[in-house]
Design a protein around this ligand. Structure first.
Ligand code: SME
Length: 150
């Protein structure tokens, strides 16, 4: 059950002696280590006043895509749609930015602070079609908790 991770998420984010960046990295690590089909876990945030996303804390293979213009790829589309985007099969997407050939599916959930879409959590999976509504609700919870410390 993904819900069983919620108390750990809350306690990591409360560790005020650690930087926000370190706490977010720990959350990424917890998700990647605990959920077998989460193979790359990271946050992107709006880059200042530019219409682009900048890669924040993440765990998994390094990616070349540290800056993503709004509208480009799954992430860039979520920056403008404000909607969750679940991709069961990345090969079926036209507007997709490939980070690794092993990735089969992706989920991106926008992160709102004071009602504004300021970033997102992005998960890549090497498993085809693994994400359900349970992942969406769980990742919405993660983003709500993260927003509280930003
Ligand atoms: N696949 C994403 C790019 C980010 S990587 O997954 C880390 C996209 O299409 O926006």
């Amino acid at each position: 059950m993904l819900s069983s991770l919620k108390p750990k998420i809350t306690s990591i984010l409360k560790e005020k002696e650690k930087s926000v960046e370190n706490r977010l990295t720990e959350v990424c690590q917890l998700l990647k280590d605990s959920i077998t089909y989460y193979n790359w876990v990271g946050f992107y945030f709006k880059n200042g006043d530019k219409d682009e996303l900048k890669l924040g804390p993440y765990v998994g293979e390094p990616t070349d895509h540290t800056i993503i213009p709004f509208g480009k790829g799954i992430c860039g589309q979520v920056a403008v749609s404000n909607e969750n985007f679940v991709v069961p099969d990345v090969a079926a997407q036209d507007n997709y930015i490939a980070c690794s050939i092993t990735v089969k599916s992706e989920i991106v959930i926008p992160l709102f602070k004071d009602g504004k879409n300021i970033g997102q959590i992005d998960i890549d999976s090497n498993t085809p079609d693994p994400f359900t509504e349970e992942d969406e609700r769980f990742l919405e919870f993660v983003n709500e908790k993260v927003a509280e410390i930003l």
